[in-house]
Write a protein that binds this ligand. Structure first.
Ligand code: A3P
Length: 304
């Protein structure tokens, strides 16, 4: 398999059309081979730094609302969202070839960064198991990723390139290509909207209540009139908000993923358009043109 060094200094390998971190390949292959989807499974699919943490908090709250009717007792207040919703590749298959996942109560909620074409086949073949995808405008996603790497990896195994060099690689599809990742899920959503829900970070920022409702409807457990009247949608939106999660003790301290990543590094700014503080108009124009070409005719676009 083709290999190269990413802008963050770590080794990448090309597999099924995408550049993956080298150490990601073994867990990916294990998941492809052994993961068994249940019809009631909910798979949260994202590119890194696109709203994964937020989506985990929201879907966990929506799917478990009958177990924790009192939001003040939500496990989200004492656990980082990544502890409550494990990554297929980082958490489940990172250290084990074939972990037993049968004891996890349904609906099981898992997350992944795996591109659609590399997902374990059973996820796509199961008639009922649901996929929720969230993406984010690539300029903000890139900046978020760059600063996430600076926070977590620099002193360990990586020495990132300067921002403009990293951006150049990003525009050449490394890591990624991100547009292929987004397009595949977008097309799957168009083909089967009951199976794949497609969300954008910017839309959630714009109207969270509307999207909380939409997620619940998509999952097949819409909010009842009584729940709406009790203000549950607003409560869930509030508990999962950036300001609330960032300021919880549990998210200020501690680590996830075998102590590798700081909980706090998942809550940086949580804004739309932060790229304007780091990238030049010419850089933005380059990405805008690229997106126009890549997404042409698909109906997918971002307001940059
Ligand atoms: P910024 O670095 O731009 O602040 P992921 O969860 O996919 O790793 O993405 C992390 C990004 O989502 C970070 O973006 C982070 O601040 C933001 N984020 C985390 N929790 C959020 C929330 N509850 N609401 C909005 N944004 C959130």
């Amino acid at each position: 398999l083709e290999q190269m060094t990413n802008w963050d200094g770590r080794k990448l390998v090309k597999y099924q059309g995408f550049w993956f971190p080298l150490n990601y390949l073994r867990p990916l292959l294990s998941a492809q081979k052994h993961f068994k989807a249940n019809d009631s499974d909910i798979i949260l699919s994202t590119l890194p730094k696109s709203g994964t943490t937020w989506l985990k908090a929201l879907v966990f709250s929506i799917a478990n609302r009958s177990i924790y009717p009192n939001i003040d007792q939500s496990p989200l207040l004492t656990s980082n969202p990544h502890k409550l919703v494990p990554f297929i590749e980082f958490d489940l298959y990172w250290n084990e070839e074939n972990p037993d996942l049968t004891h996890i109560p349904s609906p099981r909620i898992f997350s992944t960064h795996i591109p659609l074409n590399a997902l374990p086949n059973c996820i796509l073949e199961s008639s009922e198991c649901k996929i929720i995808y969230i993406c984010r405008n690539p300029l903000d996603q890139f900046i978020s990723h760059y600063y996430f790497v600076l926070q977590n990896f620099v002193s360990k195994d990586a020495a990132p390139l300067e921002l403009d060099e990293a951006f150049d690689m990003f525009c050449r599809g490394v890591p990624g290509p991100v547009w292929e990742h987004m397009l595949a899920y977008w097309n799957a959503h168009l083909e089967n909207p009951r199976k794949v829900l497609f969300l954008k970070y910017e839309d959630l920022k714009d109207n969270i209540g509307f999207n909380v409702k939409k997620i619940a409807e998509f999952l097949g457990f819409p909010f009842s009139l009584e729940e709406e009247e009790q203000g549950l949608i607003d409560e869930i939106s509030r508990v999962c908000s950036f300001g609330n999660l960032k300021n919880l003790e549990v998210n200020k301290n501690g680590y996830v993923m075998d102590g590798l990543l700081k909980n706090s590094s998942y809550f940086r700014k949580g804004e739309v358009g932060d790229w304007t503080n780091y990238l030049t108009p010419a850089m933005a124009e380059r990405m805008k043109k690229l997106m126009e070409i890549k997404f042409q005719g698909s109906g997918l676009m971002f307001n940059i």
